[in-house]
Design a protein around this ligand. Structure first.
Ligand code: SF4
Length: 327
C-alpha cells in the first residue's frame, strides 16, 4: 500500500536548540517509520523575518540539515531538500496568491501574534502577510496528506485547506486538503525562564559542548520562590523540571519531585543530575554531527538527491495545475 505523505519545513535562521530537537525533529524522525516524509529547509520563509540579514540563512542551512541527519532523519526514507532550490514553490505561490482573499490572511491569528513577537523586526511587508500562501504552496505542491503541527499552528493549516478547496472549486480537483497530525510540544523554557529563542540568547543548542551545557544549566532559573536550600520547592513552576521529564529516568524524576517539595534536594544537586543526563543524551547526536561536519560532500549529495526527488514531484503537480487553470 502506498504510504501517505507528510510535509514539514524548518527555517534556517541559526543553530538548532533542544526545543527544536524534542518539539520537532524527534517527531519527524518517528514519522519516517510510517509515512513518506518530505522535509525541507524553508529558506524563503526565513526571509520573511530575516530579509535584512539574509546571509544568516545560507550560513545556517547546511548546519541545520546536518542536525537533522544527526538526530536520525534518514535520507533513504525521507526526502530532505531546500525550498528555494525547487522553483516550482514560487510559481505555485504566485498562482495561489491570485485566488486567496485578502481577508483570510488579515484575519489569521498567528499573523497578529507574530507581529507582536517579532516587534523588533520590520515585518509590515507583503511577503510576511502572504506567508501562509507560500506555506500552502509548499504543502500542496507535494499533495501532502498530513502536516505535523502544534495546536497553535492549526489556523495556518486551515488557510492551506481553504486555499486547496478554493482552487479545486474554481478549476478542478487537484489538491487533497491536508490534515493535521497534532503533535505534543514539550514546554521547555529558556535558561532565563522565557520562551526558548535564539533571539533571547537563552537557548541550549544541540551542538553545545559538555562544559557549555553545564554552564547554561547552572545559571538556569528554577523555582523563583525558593530562596534557600531549606525552603521547599515547587517543580510545577520550576523552569528546569520539565527537562528532567525528558532526560531523566522516570523513577529518578519521581524522587526529585517528591524530595523537592520537602526540601530534600537542593537546586544545585538537581541541576548536576540534569547536566549529566543532557550531556549523555546529546553525545551520540554530537558524534554524528562531527562525522557530517567532516564529510560535507556526503551532506551535499544528500541535499541534491532530496531536491531532485522533490523537484520531480513538484513538476508533476505544476503540470496538472497549469492544465487545470488552462494556462
Ligand atoms: S530542586 Fe530541582 S525541581 Fe526543585 S526547584 Fe530546584 S531545580 Fe527545580
Amino acid at each position: 500500500m502506498k504510504k501517505r505523505r507528510v510535509l514539514s519545513g524548518m527555517r534556517p535562521t541559526g543553530k538548532t536548540h533542544v526545543g527544536h530537537l524534542h518539539g520537532i525533529l524527534e517527531n519527524w524522525r518517528d514519522l519516517q517509520e510510517k509515512y513518506d516524509c518530505f522535509y525541507f529547509a524553508a529558506d524563503w520563509h526565513a526571509l520573511t523575518s530575516e530579509y535584512k540579514n539574509a546571509a544568516v540563512i545560507k550560513e545556517s542551512l547546511t548546519e541545520m540539515i546536518i542536525d537533522w541527519l544527526s538526530v536520525g532523519l534518514d535520507p533513504q526514507r525521507s526526502t530532505l531538500f531546500v525550498q528555494s532550490w525547487v522553483k516550482e514553490h514560487a510559481e505555485l505561490h504566485l498562482l495561489l496568491s491570485m485566488i486567496t482573499p485578502l481577508g483570510w490572511l488579515e484575519r489569521n491569528p498567528t499573523y497578529k501574534e507574530q507581529q507582536e513577537e517579532l516587534a523588533d523586526k520590520d515585518i509590515g511587508t507583503y511577503g510576511f502577510l502572504g506567508y501562509p500562501v507560500l506555506q500552502a504552496a509548499d504543502i500542496l505542491i507535494y499533495k501532502g496528506d498530513y502536516v505535523p503541527v502544534g495546536k497553535d499552528q492549526l489556523p495556518h493549516l486551515e488557510i492551506t485547506r481553504e486555499i486547496a478547496r478554493r482552487f479545486n472549486y474554481l478549476y478542478r480537483e487537484v489538491f487533497p486538503p491536508p490534515e493535521a497530525l497534532l503533535t505534543k510540544v514539550p514546554n521547555l523554557r529558556g535558561t532565563d525562564g522565557r520562551k526558548m529563542s535564539k533571539s533571547y540568547d537563552n537557548a541550549i543548542f544541540i551542538s553545545d559542548p559538555a562544559d557549555v551545557i553545564a554552564a547554561k544549566i547552572e545559571q538556569m532559573i528554577t523555582d523563583p520562590q525558593r530562596g534557600y536550600r531549606k525552603d521547599p520547592g515547587d517543580p510545577d513552576v520550576c523552569g528546569l523540571f520539565p527537562y528532567h521529564r525528558i532526560y531523566t529516568e522516570p523513577e529518578v524524576v519521581e524522587e526529585i519531585e517528591r524530595e523537592c517539595r520537602r526540601a530534600g534536594i537542593g537546586c544545585r544537586e538537581c541541576k548536576q543530575i540534569l547536566i549529566k543526563r543532557i550531556q549523555e543524551y546529546l553525545a551520540p547526536i554530537q558524534e554524528r554531527r562531527q562525522h557530517y561536519l567532516t564529510h560535507l560532500g556526503e551532506v551535499d549529495e544528500i541535499i541534491h538527491e532530496g531536491t531532485r526527488r522533490a523537484q520531480e514531484v513538484a513538476q508533476g503537480t505544476m503540470a496538472e495545475v497549469r492544465e487545470a487553470m488552462g494556462m
